[in-house]
Design a protein around this ligand. Structure first.
Ligand code: ZN
Length: 370
């Protein structure tokens, strides 16, 4: 046999030796000798190299690791998957009090199996708001995904959870209501802003239909500038602000929508629920006055939602959810969409959770020595 080992001073190193094959009476076939320091999933790679490949894959893509270490691409995937699975065996979900639950789109409809629904194309990601780490990833975005998580951590850990931030998805809220009786559900700000922006964008499209879409003004309000209209003024570039200034000078409705949007963002800085209610009532009235049906309908819905008002009593940084969401999207770019969902789940926990050498060092060495 020839097996690959860690490089020595930049030189590739392999071990060449004989591996015995014998007939096994139990299996009734020829089996190879067990060699503990070879990776069971890729017998031409030593365990030392396997741990190293896994460690490198924490900081770069598996494809890059494959080139760097001159190891076959598919072998790298297998090895990385295997090590992550071993790390998962030693993993214990940490105690949490504030969690966020988010759905992540993981597969295209083409990959949907026969007995699966659209919900199965998603994963449920659970993160600790205080440490900013993903602590668990479950299949599908169904209520059962969260139920299973609560069952794994047990009723005592569930009772310590105080805040669960989530989007408007009813399934998750139902699960929290059943398992975490001490928790309040809070609508997560990142998704709230996303939904508000969708409503605002509808109103932009409505106005575009009112004017000549082919004319100069129509061109300035076109979908290609969508982002400029949805971004908070303070976060826009100077150039974008000039664009908006130009449009809002000439189009009254767009100016009014701009004012509503800016006022909406102020809600999150409101010092109390009462102040927030005043702002929401205000923009509700404004949207009615100018016939902005997108925003009007959105506010009418959100006003009745207790989970929205809970936010003002249980504030937390929404950057956590947004950042994790972005990191997971980036991860998807690195591989071919991670067709293997089990592997994708492990990769999420490696890159934005605890399944890596930074956090798992202790149990990693315990596993290594066993
Ligand atoms: Zn056997």
């Amino acid at each position: 046999m020839e097996v690959k080992h860690l490089k020595v001073f930049g030189w590739s190193a392999s071990l060449v030796f004989f591996r015995e094959k014998r007939h096994c009476d139990v299996c009734k076939k020829v089996r190879s000798e067990l060699i503990e320091w070879l990776c069971p999933k890729s017998p031409h790679i030593t365990m030392e190299l396997s741990w190293w490949i896994n460690k490198l894959s924490e900081v770069t893509s598996v494809l890059a690791v494959s080139k760097l270490e001159s190891v076959d691409k598919m072998a790298c995937y297998r090895v990385d998957h295997y090590i992550l699975k071993r790390l998962l065996q030693g993993y214990q979900i940490p105690q949490v009090t504030h969690i966020a639950v988010d759905e992540v789109y993981a597969r295209s409809p083409k990959q949907q199996g026969k007995d699966e629904t659209r919900d199965d194309l998603f994963l449920t990601v659970i993160l600790d708001i205080k440490t900013h780490k993903v602590i668990w990833v479950a299949d599908s975005r169904r209520r059962e995904a969260l139920d299973d998580f609560f069952k794994i951590i047990g009723s005592e850990a569930c009772s310590k959870i105080k805040v669960v931030a989530t989007d408007q998805h009813e399934g998750y809220s139902a699960s929290v209501a059943e398992y975490c009786t001490n928790a309040v559900v809070v609508l997560d700000r990142f998704h709230l802003v996303q939904n508000f922006n969708e409503a605002l964008n509808e109103d932009r499209k409505d106005e575009l239909d009112q004017i000549d879409p082919e004319g100069q003004m129509g061109d300035m309000m076109n979908g290609k500038y969508k982002c400029k209209f949805l971004t908070k003024a303070a976060n826009r570039s100077e150039k974008d602000n000039r664009h908006i200034e130009y449009v809002t000078k000439l189009n009254k409705k767009m100016a009014q929508l701009e004012i509503i949007k800016e006022r909406f963002h102020q809600i999150f800085d409101a010092p109390s629920v009462i102040d927030a209610q005043v702002i929401l009532a205000e923009i509700f009235q404004w949207s009615m006055d100018i016939h902005a049906r997108g925003i009007f309908n959105w506010i009418r819905n959100i006003m009745k939602d207790l989970r929205f008002w809970n936010y003002f009593e249980n504030r937390y940084s929404s950057g956590v959810i947004e950042g994790t969401n972005r990191a997971i999207k980036g991860l998807k770019w690195q591989a071919y969409g991670y067709k293997d969902m089990e592997y994708f789940k492990l990769k999420i926990m490696q890159k934005v959770g605890y399944l890596n050498s930074r956090f798992a060092l202790k149990w990693m060495y315990e596993l290594k020595s066993n």
